[in-house]
Design a binder for this molecule. Structure first.
Ligand code: SAM
Length: 326
């Protein structure tokens, strides 16, 4: 078990397979984003060599992310390798869904259990404006294919940005009236060069809840309002699905955080919104022994920050979201 100095059991690793993406969402990265040279990223065998170190220390829940994980070469083989690592109990992926039409079945066959698909609006023009060039119909097809491939329960993510899609929370929440899906609304978080936009255009979970309730009825707390991972869950009257809110900015859930992140360039980052990281790839390439690498992971876990510092205007400046792995 990997315990941090506050007694939190850190067992959930989000692994970024690449910093590259086939979209340029306005809240995630600048349009002229520069990506890291491929040689600086973990190679397939390097990532798979790190996996048993994590499972050996009690990590058992894994999520693949990015950038966009499905644009990584050999993604199906990587998923298979991770799924076959002894000790991996849960393996899921966060994706923009654009490539799921082709990849959902091979990924499920390789051992992927679930996907979270990002879809910020159902309106094609707004989707294009938010993602700078995305096609919402392709995402929708990807969602259908993922469900057919058994990558369920299906969870959808939407980041809400004032002036772009704050009205769309209603149509998105209404999906849960027809589908047994979890529709999760995310408060926009600030990073590096685009933080001014991210801070001025943020929409709080409370405002999203109010907008939804004004049109669709009361949101009843699921499970007495307990956090499910990072989301507080609710249900609309008669709905088979659930509505969730990830309110990292207005109602942080740091006390119950069990997560660490492995960036595509092999840094272990212990809080999405803090710059603290420990490099694992350089020592791995230098031939470090298993015990030495595990000692580095232990050090990183022990020093996991208590929480983010957004309330004190502490914004991480060393990476944008796509370069960390959301
Ligand atoms: N490309 C994949 C996707 O679109 O889901 C995975 C990576 S993306 C960085 C992971 C999640 O982070 C997505 O749901 C995305 O909407 C969210 N995200 C990106 N930038 C964000 C920000 N500034 N604040 C909050 N969420 C953000």
């Amino acid at each position: 078990m990997a315990l941090d100095r506050f007694g939190r059991d850190i067992h959930y690793l989000r692994i970024s397979l690449t910093d590259r993406c086939n979209l340029r969402c306005v809240y995630c990265m600048p349009e002229d984003m520069h990506f890291r040279p491929r040689a600086d990223l973990m190679q397939d065998e390097e990532l798979l060599a790190l996996m048993p170190l994590f499972t050996g220390m009690g990590f058992h829940k894994f999520r693949l992310t990015g950038g966009e994980p499905t644009v990584r070469a050999n993604v199906v083989d990587i998923v298979r390798g991770i799924a076959q690592t002894p000790g991996v109990r849960s393996l899921s992926m966060t994706t923009n869904g654009l490539l799921l039409k082709q990849l959902a079945r091979p990924l499920a066959g390789a051992g992927l259990q679930r996907v979270n698909v990002s879809i910020d609006t159902l309106d094609a023009a707004k989707f294009k404006r938010l993602t700078r060039w995305g096609d919402v119909h392709a995402v929708w097809e990807g969602i259908q294919e993922a469900e057919a491939a058994g990558l369920t329960p299906m969870k959808l993510n939407a980041v809400i940005v004032r002036g772009y899609n704050e009205d769309d929370v209603v149509d998105l929440a209404a999906l849960t009236l027809r589908h047994n899906w979890q529709m999760r609304f995310i408060e926009m978080m600030p990073f590096a060069g685009i933080s001014e936009f991210q801070q001025t255009q943020v929409v709080t979970a409370q405002e999203m809840r109010d907008r939804i309730e004004a049109r669709l009825g009361t949101l009843a707390a699921v499970d007495g309002g307990r956090l499910d991972g990072e989301a507080r869950l609710y249900r609309l009257p008669g709905a088979p699905g659930e509505v969730g809110f990830l309110s990292s900015v207005s109602e942080p859930f740091c006390a119950s955080c069990t997560r660490a992140r492995l960036t595509a360039d092999g840094k272990l980052r212990m809080c999405l919104l803090r710059e603290y990281e420990i490099d694992l790839l350089t020592p791995l390439r230098a031939g470090a022994a298993t015990g030495d690498l595990q000692a580095l992971i232990n050090t990183a876990v022990w020093h996991k920050p208590w929480g983010h510092g957004l309330a004190h205007n502490a914004v991480p400046l060393n990476r944008v979201m796509s370069d960390i792995g959301g």
